[in-house]
Write a protein that binds this ligand. Structure first.
Ligand code: SF4
Length: 498
């Protein structure tokens, strides 16, 4: 019997695991345990499930009595027992499998803060290193707004929106007192409109519960609608100087490379827990500037330790980075040994949909707009009449378009229009198609336009009725809370009308 430093005993373990162990043992005994754990748990899913299935079968076959005498109940018990044992064997290691030594944390903190001081990015919501913000309360509100805007949106885009937002809603109380329509109007174009709705709800909560004063602790911040662990930690550390680790995608990337953590999918629940723990450990012993430290780590991930092309030569953490060392120690420097971190499971493919959209042109440059339901995709935003086409039959698209006008119920009689270019009858013009991608839906938008004769403008076009709708002059469309997708629809209309 042979013992290995990783704890495996030859002959007592699965041969696949043993091969991993012995081959690495021969070359790099020091890294053996972590390398073994990583390689075992980062097996391709198919390989892993095949191995699980075969081992479950083997266990079941060994235990099961002869087939003739087996009852169905016994079979299922044996299989479920075997599965339970197997799941236990292959369970993803818990968060305690990786930890941060204090010496490493000290080096990282020192190098990171030094780098931040030299490379500070001046942004409207940031206080320069070493300076004190004029007011913690207004600083906290600015950080809250900026952090929500920065989710899914580039810094360059956010800067202008942030300035407009702070001018229109300078305080939490001003935001809480505005209507959702106004809030969406200022947000329009930033996308992911749920964020503006949640900011609005959060402001109303802070006004009702805390008299408009943003609470100062992480736990209280977490209770505000729309504020999750990341935003709560960012506000608590930057505005109120508390040692809470703010963990976003950039931070996860840096930590996973720094510590070579790839055995857990970063976008899984287990991964979120593990990286939160590691980020917290990395802050251990930090006596001051927790906000600067968090911002430095985020900036490092955004500008240096980027997903596809990390600039390791400019990185202040190069000396501590294990992925960098792995890449350098390969026979030929191998960047893929860095890029494999963090480990992520693939997102489900976006669903394909077709959206039928018709621009209805009324009198004197007015356009008909309808409001979306206040729940779901693009909740509460205004749009040109549109409907998702669920028709999968071969029915003529023109009939479906007439059906769209019918379903909009805007008082327009579809029979009053013509798809055949009959002289004297309003014609529905096809303007073209384009593709718009949301995070989980890929929509092909088919756009038409129709001019409505005065006699067809029914009195039912007020804001009453099932779908709120109204006529809006072209000059006011820019102020309306409309999605980027609908702005593209209007651009298409304009480009075909010049
Ligand atoms: S050395 Fe390279 S891989 Fe490591 S943290 Fe820095 S940029 Fe990222």
């Amino acid at each position: 019997m042979r013992f290995f430093p990783c704890g495996l005993v030859s002959g007592a373990q699965c041969c696949q695991m043993l091969c991993q162990c012995t081959s690495r043992y021969r070359h790099r005994s020091g890294l053996l345990y972590l390398a073994f754990v990583r390689s075992t748990y980062s097996m391709a899913p198919q390989t892993r499930s095949r191995s699980v299935a075969s081992q479950v079968r083997t266990a079941a076959e060994k235990k099961a009595p002869p087939a003739k005498t087996q009852t169905r109940a016994k079979k299922s018990k044996i299989l479920s027992d075997a599965k339970r044992r197997q799941v236990k064997t292959l369970e993803v290691p818990s968060a305690v499998d990786v930890s941060v030594e204090q010496g490493l944390a000290d080096h990282v903190q020192r190098n990171l803060l030094g780098w931040y001081d030299r490379n500070f990015r001046a942004l409207p919501w940031r206080t320069p290193p070493g300076e004190k913000a004029a007011s913690n309360a207004s600083n906290a509100y600015a950080i809250w707004v900026s952090e929500i805007m920065l989710q899914q949106t580039q810094v360059g885009t956010v800067v202008d929106y942030f300035a407009r937002w702070m001018q229109r809603f300078p305080t939490v109380i001003a935001l809480a007192g505005a209507s959702l329509d106004e809030v969406n109007g200022v947000w329009a174009g930033l996308g992911y409109y749920r964020r503006s709705k949640m900011l609005h709800e959060g402001a109303q909560y802070v006004t009702d519960v805390h008299q408009g004063q943003i609470p100062t602790t992480y736990e209280q911040l977490l209770k505000i609608p729309g504020i999750g662990p990341y935003t709560a930690a960012a506000i608590a550390s930057i505005a109120f100087n508390q040692c809470n680790a703010a963990v976003d995608g950039n931070v996860i990337r840096v930590i996973s490379r720094l510590l070579c953590v790839g055995h857990v999918a970063a976008n899984s629940t287990q991964g979120a827990k593990l990286f939160q723990q590691l980020a917290t450990e990395m802050m251990k012993g930090l006596e001051s500037r927790p906000g600067d430290y968090n911002q430095a780590l985020m900036d490092l991930g955004a500008t240096i330790c980027t997903p596809r092309a990390p600039k390791c030569s400019a990185c202040p953490l190069q000396a501590q980075c294990r992925a960098y060392k792995e890449a350098q120690s390969a026979p030929e420097v191998d960047v893929s040994l860095i890029l494999k971190y963090p480990n992520k499971t693939r997102k489900a493919k976006a669903r394909e949909e077709t959206l039928l959209c018709c621009i209805v042109v009324g009198k004197d440059g007015h356009f008909l707009v309808t409001q979306r339901p206040d729940k779901g995709l693009l909740a509460g935003l205004w749009e040109f009449p549109a409907v998702v086409d669920h028709n999968t039959t071969t029915e003529d698209i023109n009939s479906r378009l007439l059906d769209l006008l019918n379903r909009i119920g805007c008082g327009l009689d579809p029979k009053a229009f013509d798809l055949q270019d009959t002289p004297g009858v309003p014609t529905i013009r096809a303007l073209g198609n384009f593709v718009h991608v949301f995070s989980h839906i890929r929509q092909t938008v088919m756009v038409w336009a129709v001019e409505v004769p005065e006699k067809a403008l029914g009195s039912s076009l007020g804001v009453s009725g099932e779908t709120p709708r109204r006529w809006v002059h072209e000059s006011k469309l820019a102020d309306l809370a409309m999605s980027t997708q609908m702005r593209k629809v209007f651009q298409l209309f304009k480009s075909t009308n010049t």
